[in-house]
Design a protein around this ligand. Structure first.
Ligand code: CP3
Length: 358
């Protein structure tokens, strides 16, 4: 029997955890996807010291440091483990590297030769990441929620198959149609790896975990069911079999009108919402089912000023009447302004009930 880390008494008082448990808090708690990143000068300094991006991810001292940087600067209500979704294929034995300024590169997998990957050493190879989780928890203020994460099998598979990011995930979508058996076996491997990895993160001290499905929106109806809904439903069930009550945020970017179905079928605890999804739709059709997290357009943090304020108010007015974790609709970009982030945090924290209740 595994310890139920999600039920630790101190954890249940953390604001992000309270909202995940269904409470409405106003002002809502706030954190940002990619909050540790290149828009921060202190991140760029640590990254230069670490050498490569993967060295940053696999050296607990550096991973802990960059995770804490945005907490120190802005006092966010949640910290997210600093790592990357592509450490899983890397730990399965695929070659992964980050070319400066070009994004991730992988040696594409051959779906007919998946035995070239070795799932047996996964958690050994990810041990430094799990050490970082424990180190982050020990260093965080007690009121700050700690989030772990993984990539959803579909999104991870799109990189494993194409060997890089592509505009429309054509290579993986083609594989779904031309090599369905190979893709199914890859999905099974990633479901199993994700369950073991997320359970290990929860046991190392994460209060909740988020499953990033950045490319869910590239799929048609049949593909969405097979590759975005089904694998995530199996991960949720698998994680909760080991950690009862585990809190899991699903972020199926681009799911839009499919969100209510995704939520019901996967049984995620909460839904991350991208900025393209209408706030009124989320309020009427998603928030009645689960707490929501989102969904400011990250580019408003480049603009700042009134454009930023309008975006913040639109989210608060539309979603502040129910359980909400304020966040962006996708990761913050390297050209965002650190001052605009401070302005966003102040505006959310200074929000008053009246303004957010229509
Ligand atoms: O949110 C956080 O602060 C936690 C850390 C985190 C990173 N990547 C750090 C990172 C998380 C949760 C991710 C998830 C991730 N990684 C996703 C899913 C979410 C999303 O943003 O869509 C995806 C698709 C990846 C794969 C990936 N890693 C890409 C496409 C890139 C290059 C894009 C870019 O911004 O350069 C990365 C690199 C990466 N991951 C960086 C960071 C801070 C930038 C690397 C650098 O410092 O040079």
């Amino acid at each position: 029997m595994q310890p139920d880390t999600s039920a630790a008494p101190s954890a249940s008082k953390r604001a992000v955890v309270r909202v995940l448990d269904g409470e409405r808090l106003f002002p809502p708690p706030i954190w940002m996807m990619r909050q540790a990143g290149r828009y921060l000068p202190e991140y760029r300094a640590t990254r230069a010291e670490a050498g490569g991006f993967l060295d940053l991810c696999y050296t607990p001292k550096f991973a802990v440091e960059v995770t804490l940087q945005p907490i120190r600067r802005y006092g966010f209500d949640a910290a997210i483990l600093f790592s990357d979704i592509l450490v899983v294929p890397h730990a399965l034995g695929q070659e992964v590297w980050f070319a400066e300024g070009e994004g991730p590169r992988l040696t594409p997998v051959d779906l007919d030769r998946l035995d070239a990957l070795d799932p047996t050493r996964l958690l050994d190879r990810l041990a430094p990441v799990l050490d970082a989780v424990a180190g982050i928890r020990a260093a965080l203020p007690p009121e700050t929620t700690l989030l772990g994460f993984c990539g959803a099998p579909w999104t991870v598979a799109t990189y494993m198959i194409a060997g890089r990011g592509t505009p429309d995930q054509g290579p993986a979508r083609k594989a779904a149609l031309l090599q369905p058996e190979g893709l199914r076996r890859l999905m099974d491997m990633l479901v199993d790896a994700s369950v073991r990895y997320l359970v290990a993160q929860l046991q190392a001290g994460a209060d909740a975990v988020q499953i990033f499905d950045t490319w869910a929106g590239a799929l048609d109806d049949e593909g969405f069911e097979a590759y975005a809904v089904d694998p995530v439903a199996r991960i949720v069930a698998g994680v909760r079999a080991a950690v009862p009550g585990a809190r899991i945020i699903g972020f199926p970017k681009g799911a839009s009108a499919r969100l209510p179905d995704y939520v019901r079928r996967t049984q995620v605890t909460a839904a991350g919402i991208d900025w393209q999804t209408p706030v009124a739709f989320v309020r009427d059709h998603v928030q009645p089912l689960v707490p929501v997290q989102g969904n400011l357009d990250p580019l408003r943090l480049i603009a700042g000023g009134d454009a930023l304020d309008r975006g913040v108010d639109h989210v608060l007015n539309g979603l502040g009447g129910g359980p909400l974790i304020f966040n962006l609709g996708h990761g913050i970009t390297p050209d965002a302004s650190p001052d605009a982030v401070a302005r966003m945090v102040d505006r959310v924290r200074g929000a008053t009930e009246g303004r957010a209740r229509p």
